[in-house]
Design a protein around this ligand. Structure first.
Ligand SMILES: Cc1cc2nc3c(=O)[nH]c(=O)nc-3n(C[C@H](O)[C@H](O)[C@H](O)COP(=O)(O)OP(=O)(O)OC[C@H]3O[C@@H](n4cnc5c(N)ncnc54)[C@H](O)[C@@H]3O)c2cc1C
Ligand code: FES
Length: 262
């Protein structure tokens, strides 16, 4: 983990709510892993918006020394981030936290992403496909226009299913049926999710019943992002006991079986 000044190479809208930010940051893509995050200073300095904002690594491109972020423009911090122009500097700390595990024997995984949770899961999907691991992806969003990543994941050989609030297909029980059908095909070695507490609960129950390992990338409000303030602590089930763990430090990726309060 280090603090660095990156340079914005692109910061473009991908639809009405999300922007794709590309940052030139030498040496950082090489040490970043899927599921880790950076803590970004969104304004010009700490006087404009004090706290950094956590953002998952959406893509890393070591060849170009680039980090990519996909973010929902929702409040003061991300609004300032959206104003960054090509050539502006971006103060970033990271990579932070622990990322996803993709065990060598696993040949087929299932990924369930809700909304911008897809940004956190994208580098995992890319890395699985690079290792020729089969990937089924369920993308959940409010409307068809909000679905992100469908073509991108299909292009690298993932099997993609989309579900939306608009059609009612994103309800946890409907997604559960889709998940059960895919697991029933008998190939899945592990499941992953990000972006929805309800889908996390559902996938945790299903994975437990099928005896499959699962991981979730959790979001929590963060202040320091480096394990010092305890502000992101949640309760987890570990070795039969309830333990307090920091999402920024011990996470943000946790085994699904450890999550108690999703
Ligand atoms: C590990 C991690 C990875 C994330 N990755 C992404 C990503 O790839 N793309 C993306 O769009 N968003 C991501 N988020 C959520 C993102 O950090 C928040 O949307 C962002 O901080 C909102 O800031 P704001 O000032 O625009 O919004 P405001 O709502 O004004 O924020 C007010 C405060 O609440 C915090 N906050 C608000 N929403 C969240 C949230 N969902 N999670 C954590 N803190 C929040 C902010 O950091 C800030 O301190 C991630 C969160 C975490 C914890
Ligand atoms: S945000 Fe400070 S300990 Fe996690």
């Amino acid at each position: 983990m280090r603090q660095a000044l990156g340079v914005v190479r692109r910061n473009e809208w991908v639809n009405g709510r999300y922007k794709h930010l590309t940052v030139y940051a030498p040496g950082l893509a090489q040490v970043s892993q899927a599921g880790q995050f950076f803590h970004l200073l969104c304004g010009a300095d700490v006087t404009s918006v004090l706290l950094r904002r956590p953002m998952s690594i959406y893509q890393m491109d070591p060849g170009r020394d680039e980090l990519h972020f996909l973010y929902h423009v929702k409040g003061e911090g991300t609004r300032l981030l959206a104003e960054k122009q090509v050539g502006h500097t971006l103060d970033l700390v990271g990579p932070l936290g622990h990322g996803f595990t993709l065990a060598a024997p696993w040949r087929h995984v299932l990924v369930v992403a809700r909304g911008v949770g897809m940004a956190t899961l994208a580098p995992l999907i890319a890395s699985a496909r690079q290792r020729d691991v089969a990937v089924d992806v369920i993308l959940s969003a409010r409307t068809a226009a909000d679905v992100l990543g469908e073509r991108e994941f299909q292009a690298i050989g993932a099997r993609v299913f989309t579900v939306t609030d608009a059609t009612g297909s994103s309800q946890p029980e409907a997604v559960r049926m889709r998940v059960e059908t895919l697991l029933g095909q008998g190939h899945t070695d592990a499941v992953y999710t990000c972006g929805s507490a309800r889908l996390t609960r559902m996938l945790g129950e299903v994975a437990n019943r099928w005896g499959l390992p699962g991981q979730v990338a959790l979001e929590e409000h963060m202040a320091c992002g480096i394990g010092m303030c305890q502000g992101c602590t949640r309760v987890f089930r570990r070795e039969g006991s309830a333990v307090h763990l920091r999402v920024c430090r011990e996470g943000p990726v946790f085994p699904l079986a450890e999550v108690m309060d999703a």
